[in-house]
Design a protein around this ligand. Structure first.
Ligand SMILES: Nc1ncnc2c1ncn2[C@@H]1O[C@H](COP(=O)(O)OP(=O)(O)OP(=O)(O)O)[C@@H](O)[C@H]1O
Length: 686
């Protein structure tokens, strides 16, 4: 029998091709999608009180017999239909505006059920009708009960959707097989699946709705954790071809060559990583640390360790600028210890690329730094032993897998500078071990953040001038123009010209994505040397750029950026011992943008900000769902359901101990459900 995820919604009773297209806009393609399209909220429309027991403005539902109908026209021309109804408590009115066709059903003697806000005219309560039902209607689905309210799309009404869901439940819910093991249901008091599906749409009580939802959330998170944990077990089941030995001369020389000693947090991270690299099984680790916490150095050590064990390492970064910066840093660090690094990005010229590809293929290049150019088919390694992925959330789980597949059983280290709340980390990276660098290098001062209006730019310029005169440097980041890097580049050039006039004595650099590689290198190098004092840039400087002498970050039209992005940009300053400043320039715009600005001015810690961002925008937006490789969760809300997520993870691990290959009858059910439901992360679930 086809599962609910395979049966198309189009052939359901009351759907058809046109409505199927509307449903598709809501992401509903199959019967399963429909049944798991949960109500956004509920309205309690049970009939148990007289209308006059409701206060002005409250929403009431009442049923009565029509005793009189009156149609009038307001001065504005609007038609007003006022219908007097009698129920067992007395008379009340129902009012419709501009819906004269209601007359056809609201005839004297007919029975109507109406829902809407209560108003008091001359002491007699009146319901301004939002929804009503006469006679047959939608079988009493929209009134007289706790009514589901769904996320909708244009041209699809609540009533329509309720009817379709109701009919589908009638036909399918009973035959919807249970997919969770019975002992799990029993030990956590979870509803059985068919019942949960019915109750989540048409609950008898709010408590029942909550119970039903809890079951479905648990189910979804449990399945996902089973997938992630199995992926992890599969990777760990195969022993590495080449494991690393204890730290040798290159790693030791590199450590001595560093201009600072590692912080205790970095030491801890490094010990965990080194231990993984020396173990028989491949490392699967997430290295998480706030901006500027010093992750890159730790990655550099790991790559050096691979190199001294005769293995190649690859470092993949999300942008060219970041890849270049990593490359330049590593080249400098490795020059002293004799490790060869090459750079591979989209803009590497053909001839040069071929040369570098050959060096990668024959093993001459010990460390390869690049963008997603690294996962192109033409790139092959001689002995890839370590994969480091920076800023993973820009890549999907799929891309991680592609790079991983270029080696036999490489160690994998994922670095993320965006602090991910633990709950989200579990969902996104449930297959990885977690290492957190939880302290900044010594001597850092929090970046002072202020929000100013464009009219106050004069003050900003005076401040920047004073800082530069003290020997410091500043960034000016141009407004975000998502659609076109060309427009962003133009805006940056224009701003650079304006600043040249305002600050004739300072040198001004310009950095954007449309500059040639050599040009960008020149500008960055000049900025690093303080030959350039003001760097005007697009968001290309968002991640990774590291110039500790820069102390001021001015972000124009800051309201256009997301919170995580603003925090990243701010992270470009405050990387040295000098006091640093982040100045957000924005008009008062939407309340939501204002909330972001205020969060940034009050919160310094990236983790707190990430939680706030998640709260303000929801997890999808936080990363941009499509880019993130985040499996789309239909039911669970990572923020609200974090306790269930932890429980689901524990139970998933416990279940897999019993049935690691999902071969028992219960396991086969789980496997089939996983494959049908999480097709977008196929490489994880199959
Ligand atoms: N232990 C340390 N003591 C002093 N300075 C350090 C230490 N570790 C790193 N740094 C310096 O701190 C700055 C930030 O380090 P790094 O670039 O490694 O951070 P990151 O975590 O990769 O940051 P981001 O995610 O913002 O790119 C660099 O200038 C680096 O040289």
């Amino acid at each position: 029998m086809a599962s609910i995820w395979e049966k198309p919604a189009q052939y359901l009773k009351g759907v058809g091709p046109q409505r199927a297209r509307l449903l598709a806009r809501l992401g509903i393609h199959s019967v399963g999608d429909l049944l798991y399209h949960l109500p956004r909220r509920y309205e309690d429309r049970t009939l148990c009180r007289p209308v006059k027991a409701y206060g002005e403005g409250e929403t009431a539902t009442a049923e009565g017999e029509v005793v009189a109908v009156q149609e009038t026209r307001a001065r504005s021309g609007m038609s007003v239909l006022r219908v007097a109804l009698r129920d067992r408590w007395g008379i009340f009115y129902a009012v419709w505006f501009n819906q004269p066709y209601v007359k056809k059903v609201a005839k004297v003697g007919a029975r109507l059920t109406v829902t809407g806000k209560v108003k008091y005219g001359f002491g007699v309560p009146e319901i301004q009708v939002a929804e009503f039902e006469a006679g047959e209607g939608d079988e009493g689905l929209s009134t007289g009960r706790i009514v589901p309210v769904y996320p909708l799309t244009e041209k699809l009404s609540q009533r329509m959707l309720r009817t379709v869901v109701f009919n589908t439940l009638k036909a399918e819910a009973a035959s919807c097989p249970e997919i969770l093991p019975p002992d799990l249901l029993a030990s956590h008091g979870l509803l059985e699946r068919g019942r949960a599906l019915c109750a989540v749409h048409f609950p008898e009580s709010m408590a029942e709705a909550e119970e039903a939802r809890r079951r479905l959330v648990f189910e979804e998170l449990f399945l996902l954790q089973v997938a992630l944990l199995r992926h992890r077990q599969r990777v760990l089941a195969v022993e590495k071809e080449h494991r690393c030995g204890a730290d040798g001369p290159k790693v030791r020389a590199l450590r001595e060559h560093l201009p600072f000693t590692l912080t205790p947090a970095q030491e801890r991270a490094w010990r965990e990583i080194a231990r993984d690299m020396e173990s028989r099984y491949p490392m699967q680790r997430l290295l998480q640390g706030d901006v500027g916490s010093g992750k890159t150095v730790v990655a550099a050590l790991a790559l050096a360790k691979a190199a001294e064990n005769g293995l190649q390492g690859a470092l993949m970064a999300p942008t060219e600028i970041l890849a270049e910066q990593h490359y330049l840093n590593l080249r400098e660090l490795y020059a002293a210890v004799g490790i060869e690094a090459v750079l591979l990005t989209g803009s590497t010229k053909k001839e040069e690329r071929l040369k570098r590809l050959a060096a990668v293929a024959n093993g001459e290049a010990a460390v390869v730094v690049g963008t997603h150019a690294l996962i192109q088919e033409e790139v092959s390694f001689q002995r890839l032993g370590l994969v480091v992925i920076d800023e993973q959330h820009r890549f999907g789980v799929r891309q991680r897998g592609l790079l991983q597949a270029k080696g036999k059983t490489p160690d994998v280290l994922v670095m993320t500078a965006t602090p991910i709340p633990r709950t989200l980390a579990l969902t996104l990276y449930g297959d990885l071990d977690l290492t957190v660098i939880d302290a900044l290098p010594p001597g850092r001062q929090p970046v002072k953040t202020v929000w100013l209006r464009p009219a106050e730019l004069g003050r900003v310029y005076r401040f920047v001038r004073a800082e530069v005169e003290k020997g410091r440097q500043a960034y000016f980041v141009c407004p975000l123009i998502e659609e076109s890097e060309q427009l962003a580049a133009q805006a940056a050039s224009k701003l650079a010209r304006e600043l040249e006039e305002i600050f004739p004595a300072f040198r001004i650099g310009l950095l954007h994505g449309r500059l040639k590689l050599e040009e960008r290198d020149k500008v960055m190098a000049a900025f690093r040397r303080n030959d350039v004092q003001l760097l005007v840039a697009t968001t290309v400087v968002e991640v990774g750029v590291d110039v500790p002498n820069a102390t001021v970050m001015v972000i124009l039209d800051a309201d256009r950026f997301g919170l995580a992005q603003l925090h990243q940009l701010r992270g470009r300053v405050g990387r040295g011992a000098h006091a640093s400043y982040c100045i957000l320039i924005a008009e008062r715009t939407t309340p939501e943008a204002a909330a972001r600005m205020s969060a940034l001015t009050t919160l310094a810690d990236g983790f707190a900000l990430a939680e706030e961002d998640l709260r303000l925008r929801g997890p999808g937006e936080f990363f941009g769902t499509r880019q993130s490789g985040l499996p789309e969760l239909k039911v669970a809300n990572i923020l609200r359901d974090h306790a269930l997520l932890e429980l689901a993870r524990t139970e998933a691990a416990r279940y897999l101990e019993r049935d690691p290959d999902l071969v028992s009858p219960a396991g086969r059910m789980i496997k089939a459900e996983l494959e049908a439901r999480f097709a977008n992360i196929k490489n994880l679930v199959s």
